[in-house]
Write a protein that binds this ligand. Structure first.
Ligand code: SF4
Ligand code: SF4
Length: 130
């Protein structure tokens, strides 16, 4: 219990919650936001990939959640036994670089780097319209 509380306090201090297990990403999708920093190249690659593989928009199953209020990434498929990224092969660099158990300094440096060098993208808007 004390260890759990300590973990929660550490997480709050870092501004990021640690959902890893034994230091590894569990693929829980908790970090998969609808707003990501992407480069033009990444947008192009993802568009090409979703057209080629006919990737459809994933939506939250909750019936009362409207698309405009769905803040999860539209490529997060939560309907399978385990959450899955439907564009895993071409997922953006920010998704490749981030793991929620990283030390605060690394999270901060990455965050600053990606938001400085890429533009903020509303994923649903950019890839599927609203
Ligand atoms: S990095 Fe993201 S998907 Fe992996 S465990 Fe952390 S929150 Fe879950
Ligand atoms: S592109 Fe994939 S890994 Fe990145 S936020 Fe979306 S579902 Fe998660």
């Amino acid at each position: 219990m004390i260890a759990t509380l300590r973990q929660a306090l550490d997480d709050m201090e870092r501004g990021v919650y640690d959902f890893t297990k034994d230091g590894k990403c569990t693929g829980c999708g908790e970090c998969c936001s609808n707003f990501l920093p992407l480069s033009d190249r990444e947008i192009k690659d993802i568009k090409r990939y979703i057209a080629k593989h006919r990737i459809k928009e994933c939506r939250r199953v909750a019936p009362l959640v409207k698309p405009a209020e769905d803040w999860l990434c539209p490529f997060l498929d939560g309907t399978k036994p385990k959450d899955k990224c439907t564009i895993y092969q071409v997922r953006p660099q920010i998704c490749r670089a981030f793991v929620c158990n990283q030390p605060p300094s690394k999270v901060r440096v990455n965050k600053e780097l990606f938001w400085r060098t890429r533009k903020p993208v509303d994923m649903r808007q950019e890839f599927f319209g609203r």
